[in-house]
Design a protein around this ligand. Structure first.
Ligand SMILES: NC(=O)c1ccc[n+]([C@@H]2O[C@H](COP(=O)([O-])OP(=O)(O)OC[C@H]3O[C@@H](n4cnc5c(N)ncnc54)[C@H](OP(=O)(O)O)[C@@H]3O)[C@@H](O)[C@H]2O)c1
Length: 337
């Protein structure tokens, strides 16, 4: 449990990664009370420096002894590192907020989006999980609708940016784009196929039933966060040549009828959600506009005439901010209250 202090020692595991760097920026931006920042990464980055609040701090190599005196450890270095090192951090007295998939479906670990199920935090026993980046955007928009008219089924297709895979994938898209525009051969390392000018219906590994782990994560995590195992969810997750922000086309079937205008009104009141929906003026959420924003943007809200109680919406959120770093820092802020 976190002891009340005026300032906290915060470790970031994966501080040199796409999410880790964003975490440092967000801690600074939101004036999180940090007495000391301990940036941790692999031996590749040992000795590099990161800046916080005008101070330059040396990156250390992650080890089991990295957490002495740490109050809050934000993990963002992949599930293997979380499984290996999060228990050591908890043993040393830190509260862990984990961005990986390692503990999300563990019944003892709360899976938290503060605006949606912040109260789940009270049950934590040292580790709190941050949901998948696409799940966070979706539940932010669906929670008010579920509370009002109960969602029975969700059909979602995602259009996920390369920053969702991390810094090497950002370089791969940039490198391939430059190479192709210069009529040169491309290198493919992170993804199994060319990502520039292409869409890959493949995120994370394939399961026996032909779906992917990413698709299963969206279904399982949505039910856990909305605390309703009866919701049926089917997902198709697609990687697209966009640097930042995940977009999602979501079709829902509800128990009671709800009109598009009622959905618009509900979501206009929802914390952290912005309705941006004026198709007559060609206004709807776009990845390039939502990049760097904290809120989840929703547009293209319309009734689905193919079923009695159906709604279609388009959701865009910044995967590095609300989809990862911001949500983790918001969880830390809730812990201080
Ligand atoms: N990107 C997103 O939108 C997003 C959203 C939600 C959750 N997540 C999760 O957040 C985590 C990080 O994602 P990312 O996009 O930031 O990846 P990334 O850009 O590839 O960064 C990975 C970070 O982990 C560190 N790392 C890798 N292997 C390590 C090791 N053996 N020991 C210590 N540190 C190690 C890296 O350090 P080096 O620089 O030394 O290699 C780097 O700081 C993943 O678990 C991912 O699933 C990402």
């Amino acid at each position: 449990m976190l002891k009340k202090k005026t300032k906290y020692v915060v470790a970031i595991v994966g501080a040199t990664g796409a999410v880790g760097r964003e975490m440092i920026e967000i801690l600074e931006e939101r004036k999180f009370p940090v007495s000391e920042l301990i940036p941790l990464a692999s031996e590749r980055s040992e000795g590099e420096r990161v800046d916080i609040n005008g101070k330059s701090v040396v990156v250390r190599k992650l080890g089991k002894d990295s957490f002495v005196g740490v109050d809050i450890a934000l993990f963002s270095a992949g599930a293997e590192r979380s499984l290996e090192f999060a228990p050591a951090a908890v043993k040393a007295g830190a509260v862990v907020i984990d961005n990986s998939s390692a503990f999300r479906m563990d019944p003892k670990v709360p899976l938290v989006v503060p605006e949606v199920n912040g109260r789940a935090l009270v049950k934590h026993t040292g580790i709190i999980a941050n949901p998948n980046c696409s799940t966070i955007g979706m539940v932010m928009a669906l929670k008010p609708i579920h509370d009002a008219v109960k969602i029975r089924r969700i059909v979602v297709t995602t259009f996920q940016s390369v920053s969702g895979t991390g810094k090497d994938a950002i370089d791969e898209l940039a490198g391939q784009t430059v190479a192709l525009l210069n009529f040169q051969d491309i290198k493919t390392k992170v993804y199994p196929h060319q990502i520039a000018f292409n869409c890959l219906p493949h995120i994370d590994s394939f399961l026996e039933d032909g779906s992917t782990k990413e698709e299963k994560k969206m279904a399982d995590e949505t039910r856990k966060i909305l605390e309703d195992d009866s919701i049926r969810v089917t997902a198709t997750t697609v990687r697209v040549p966009v640097f930042r922000c995940h977009s999602e086309s979501v079709n829902i079937e509800t128990e009671k009828k709800i009109s598009a205008n009622e959905v618009r009104a509900l979501l206009s009141e929802a914390p952290g959600v912005i309705v941006y929906d004026d198709p007559k003026k060609d206004l709807y959420p776009l990845a390039i506009d939502v990049a760097g924003k904290d809120e989840v943007y929703v547009g293209r809200i319309r009734e689905d005439g193919s079923i009695p109680n159906g709604i279609n919406i388009w959701i865009v959120s910044d995967n590095l901010r609300k989809g990862a770093a911001l949500n983790a820092v918001q969880i830390a802020e809730l812990l201080l209250q």
